[in-house]
Design a protein around this ligand. Structure first.
Ligand SMILES: [Zn+2]
Length: 308
């Protein structure tokens, strides 16, 4: 990526992306690295038209026109790229995210537009091909929304496939590396074990609490059990699920404090937002911005967002 790009904060970012041309050229360099590719036929021989931003495909069977935003979350948007970039920064740099009400005030768009930007960026953060986790992997579940009751009491509702009005969420974390968070419809072995198998390499060490749903993980992995129900939180000084517990409290504070309440319909996207931000919290502002920008391909349509 462009070596001259160095922004450490929002002020620098605004100085750097000072107009639409700079933003568009950045996106072009980022997506194509000097070799524009037609998004319709993948021909790599387009030529630039007089307006300085539109390309035309030279493949005689295609000949379509496009700009760098085609096929990204920025396609066909009337919102300037400079506002999108500020929004991306705000959403990914703030530890607990930003509400659409705050975003609407901060970047000067309507609240409806801010809401849409928020969700598009969240959709963008979804991983296209998640890696399998390996090494030391923590697995734990939590319950979001509804009335606050203790975790193990709410687990008792699992036979009915519900959790006392809460939504179940499972987290799978490779320490210092990657975090996967998904909605969990049941807390039984039939649900939990395939979820772990789908996301975790065979040679990993998997640490969980002593919930019965995890018992059979020992057939597949080096499985370490931390007996939370008897007050044990760390085994042999290294086996614990405390990293995930820390993430759960951040997630819950975020959802209560910023978003107030989240419908189950949208919870999946918030989980992605929180987990992606969490896993990039230690990298610098520029690298994080570029990491998220690299995910801008594919976009969420407004009608998909509002449908039930
Ligand atoms: Zn083409």
């Amino acid at each position: 990526m462009a070596a001259e790009t160095q922004f450490k904060n929002l002020y620098d970012l605004r100085q750097y992306f000072k107009n639409e041309t700079v933003c568009r050229e950045y996106l072009e360099r980022f997506r194509w690295d000097g070799n524009p590719v037609c998004p319709f036929c993948y021909s790599d021989k387009p030529y630039k038209l007089g307006d300085g931003k539109t390309y035309k495909c030279s493949n005689k069977d295609c000949k379509k026109k496009f700009t760098a935003t085609v096929g990204t979350i920025f396609e066909n948007t009337k919102i300037p790229l400079s506002k999108w970039f500020v929004a991306m920064y705000l959403i990914t740099a703030h530890k607990k995210g930003i509400s659409s009400l705050q975003l609407h005030r901060d970047i000067g768009v309507t609240q409806k537009t801010a809401w849409f930007i928020n969700h598009r960026i969240r959709e963008m953060l979804k991983k296209n091909s998640p890696n399998l986790l390996s090494g030391m992997v923590e697995v734990d579940e939590t319950y979001i929304g509804g009335k606050e009751t203790n975790k193990h009491a709410s687990k008792k509702g699992q036979s009915k496939g519900e959790f006392g009005g809460k939504t179940g969420v499972i987290g799978i974390l490779e320490r210092n590396k990657e975090l996967i968070v998904e909605i969990m419809y049941k807390a039984d072995a039939k649900t939990l074990i395939p979820t772990v198998l789908r996301n975790v390499e065979q040679d990993a060490t998997v640490v969980t609490d002593n919930w019965t749903g995890y018992f059979n993980l020992k057939n597949f992995y080096d499985h370490k059990v931390v007996s939370h129900s008897t007050g044990v939180y760390v085994v042999d000084g290294i086996y614990h699920t405390n990293t995930l517990e820390g993430f759960w409290s951040l997630l819950k504070r975020g959802i209560i404090g910023i978003y107030h309440s989240v419908s189950t319909k949208h919870l999946g996207r918030y989980l992605v937002e929180f987990s992606q931000r969490y896993q990039t919290r230690k990298i610098n502002e520029v690298d994080r911005f570029n990491y998220f920008l690299s995910k801008c391909d594919g976009r969420l349509k407004y009608k998909d967002l509002i449908k039930d």
